[in-house]
Design a protein around this ligand. Structure first.
Ligand SMILES: [Zn+2]
Length: 76
């Protein structure tokens, strides 16, 4: 699923956006949206980490992973 982030308010839209799409929060047009790219290698690494953490059964670790993933996406 592709994701688009509003560069004005940070709203994240999941799925494709059309040209007449407007941000539901700040009403800016589709042109202010930036596509969030997820590198396949990074995705695979995250999957492996999640599987490992499921074995450990640490809820805290999973929360940390989510935060790391979000930071990774934001920095792209
Ligand atoms: Zn917005």
């Amino acid at each position: 699923m592709e994701k688009w982030k509003c560069s004005i308010c940070g709203y994240v839209h999941e799925g494709p956006i059309s040209e007449d799409f407007k941000c539901p929060l700040c009403k800016q047009p589709a042109s202010v949206f930036e596509k969030i790219e997820e590198a396949p290698a990074a995705k695979q690494r995250i999957l492996m980490q999640e599987q490992k953490q499921k074995k450990i059964c640490g809820k805290l670790l999973q929360v940390n992973l989510r935060l790391e993933t979000n930071i990774h996406i934001l920095h792209q």
